[in-house]
Structures are given as structure tokens and as C-alpha cells.
Design a protein around this ligand. Structure first.
Ligand code: MN
Length: 231
């Protein structure tokens, strides 16, 4: 049997320090996982973690040392940045425990959960799915993946986003409401995690809009920074 037409190429992200590519399976995202961001979105307290997905081909690879074009998407006039730590899964599993979770991690990267906030808010107000606000093309920029052993301790790392050289978002990974291991445990209770899954772990406070021409610089200490220009 042959395919009716050529299958889409495998989406992949470069792995730092090797010629290897990390083949992307699914892209999971955690909602409202920093307290101050939950508050700026009108919520309080520690609610159970909740998840949404982006299509794997929404990934936009940001090579190190480059300024990558980030297309301003259709249908929005409120295009928001959310800087996030991305956890790359190397070993799959179901019902992974918090204690087992670290052994399932392949590595980490700097990512952006770009959001059509106006459309997301419309969908929220109507009780409809967030897909159109979150899962659009090129909505998941990501830098190269640093293997876990080379990343050192990520749990206290600083996470920052600048727009045109001005700091918009700042936090530390230890401010996550649901930490990396807890997130993996909760996700794997709902889905069978697979090698190649990416988890965008949530954004600190300070989300806001960008316009064409803006330069975004995202960084997490210990990982490779990303730079994009809204085009
Ligand atoms: Mn997010």
C-alpha cells in the first residue's frame, strides 16, 4: 500500500549539543500555573491543573542566534505573548507517579504559548473550546532542547520575556503552582504520554499584546534564549 499523497514531514526540534532532532508527538499546555498570572486572568487560589493542546505542526522552531519571523495571525487584534518552560518527554507512560516523573524527562526548552486573546476570551465567555485562541498555526515557538543532564537544576531558574528590550514577564520556575513532576503525573493520568510529547508548563504574570515589528526575547537561565520578530 502507498499513501494517497505524501505524508506531512515529522515536526522536529533540534537537540542542543548533538546533531539529533527531537521528533514532536503532541503539544500539551498547562493553564494558569503561576499564581500572579491566574490573578491577572481573574482567578485566585490553587485550582486543579487543567490542560489544552496545540497541534504538533503549530511548533515554530527558533534556531539559536537567529531572529525568527513570527507571523501575526489572522482574525485577532490582541495577539499575546506567554513565555513558558517547555518540558520534552523522552519516555512515555500512563499514571506516572510524582517520584517517577523526572526519569521521563528528555530535556527542556524555552517556548512561547502565543495566544489570540480576544478569540480565547470570546470562547471562554461562551463556554466553547479554546482551539481558535490557542491552537493556530505557528502558535508554539520553541528554542532548541537542552538535554536534562546538561540543563542542571531547572527548578529554581529565572524565566523572562522582553519586548523591544523592555521586560514584560518575569518569574522563577519554583513559582509554578503545579511543579514539573506534578504536571507530568496529572497529565499521564489523563493521556498516555509518549516520547516526543512537549509540555508547555504555564506562564508567569505580565502577559500582553504585541504588534508587527515587535522583537520578543525569551529566556530561562540555563537554557538557550529565543528571539523573534512579529511580522
Ligand atoms: Mn500558556
Amino acid at each position: 500500500m502507498t499513501f494517497a499523497f505524501p505524508p506531512a514531514p515529522t515536526v522536529s526540534v533540534p537537540v542542543l549539543g548533538s546533531g539529533a532532532l527531537f521528533p514532536v508527538h503532541r503539544v500539551y499546555c498547562v493553564g494558569r500555573n503561576y499564581a500572579e498570572h491566574a490573578q491577572e486572568m481573574g482567578h485566585t487560589g490553587r485550582e486543579p491543573p487543567f490542560f489544552f493542546m496545540k497541534p504538533a505542526d503549530a511548533v515554530l522552531v527558533v534556531p539559536p542566534g537567529s531572529v525568527t519571523a513570527l507571523p501575526y495571525p489572522s482574525l485577532t487584534s490582541n495577539f499575546h505573548h506567554e513565555i513558558e518552560l517547555v518540558v520534552a518527554i523522552g519516555t512515555g507512560g500512563k499514571n506516572i507517579t510524582v517520584e517517577q516523573a523526572p526519569s521521563h524527562i528528555f530535556g527542556y526548552a524555552v517556548g512561547l504559548d502565543m495566544t489570540r486573546r480576544d478569540l480565547q476570551n470570546d470562547m471562554k465567555a461562551q463556554g466553547r473550546p479554546w482551539c481558535i485562541g490557542k491552537g493556530f498555526d505557528q502558535s508554539a515557538p520553541i528554542g532548541p532542547i537542552t538535554p536534562k543532564a546538561a540543563a542542571g537544576s531547572i527548578s529554581q531558574a529565572a524565566i523572562d520575556l522582553q519586548v523591544n528590550g523592555v521586560q514584560r514577564q518575569h518569574g522563577t520556575i519554583d513559582q509554578l503552582i503545579w511543579n514539573i513532576s506534578e504536571t507530568i503525573a496529572q497529565l499521564s493520568a489523563a493521556w498516555a504520554l509518549q516520547p516526543g510529547d512537549l509540555i508547555y508548563t504555564g506562564t508567569p504574570a505580565g502577559v500582553g499584546a504585541v504588534v508587527r515589528g515587535d522583537i520578543l526575547n525569551g529566556s530561562i537561565s540555563g537554557l538557550t534564549s529565543i528571539e523573534l520578530k512579529v511580522s
